[in-house]
Design a protein around this ligand. Sequence first.
Ligand code: CIR
Length: 269
Amino acid sequence: MATSSFFDKKNIIVRPPSKSFSNALTTSQFTNGEKPDYNLAIKQHNKYINTFKELGLNVIILEPEEEYPDSCFVEDQALIIDNNVFFPIPGAPSRIGEQKKIVQTLSPHMKSIHWCKEPGRIDGGDVVRVGDIFYIGLSSRSDKNGVTQFQEFLTKLGYESYIIKVPDFSLHLTTLCSSPNPNLLLIPEGSHDDLIFTNLPQSVEIITIPDIETYGCNTIGINGKVIISEGYPSVKQVLIERGLEIIELPMSEFRAVDGSLTCLSLFFH
Ligand code: CIR
């Protein structure tokens, strides 16, 4: 998930897709409206899980939830900063009930627990951490009230944060960018003028990726390696050029419903 620091990925929470997954919400931004294939999604999700096991993480696997077609996208349901958690109220009404099991699972491990209050709305997928600075997307899912509450939580923890207006064509801020390590930020070419990263440290290199590979800009950095989606050669190349070891994962079924690599996990230490 996009709020954990580069160094604190020890435990990971995932939830496999349920059989209702083909009814997950989608903007069809990345497809022609085809529904995802449940069996293939399970195979892809297993690879995702095995990757983290091989990387030495403790993987906590929640039970699939039939009632919630989008419930594999756990990133949206909790914002964990240094083992302090802010539980958002998700922007999509159909996704609010997904949070229950995550609250039960995470809470015993957290140093402090905070809750978004009505009428605020914010999805975890709208938060991107670059080093120790947080960028928060104002989007169709995250409103000013929810974002402001989350910023207050960050301020109490001693972190700077800035708001970025997410372009209408995109679901979340994490749909468009990621920071696979504290010195890198990947963004698509066409979003360059829209995504203003205020006070970005000079040490951070912004790498612009061709628009055709927008989906590939969502990556997960872990233990000196970077997990990327399969089929994004420019993303792969720029990261290899910077000396990073790449792990590629097939993500087609999640992409069909606007889900990227970071959306499928929650990390804590
Ligand atoms: C949704 O529309 O909510 C899901 N189909 C996709 C959620 C993706 N989550 C994320 O970017 N963090």
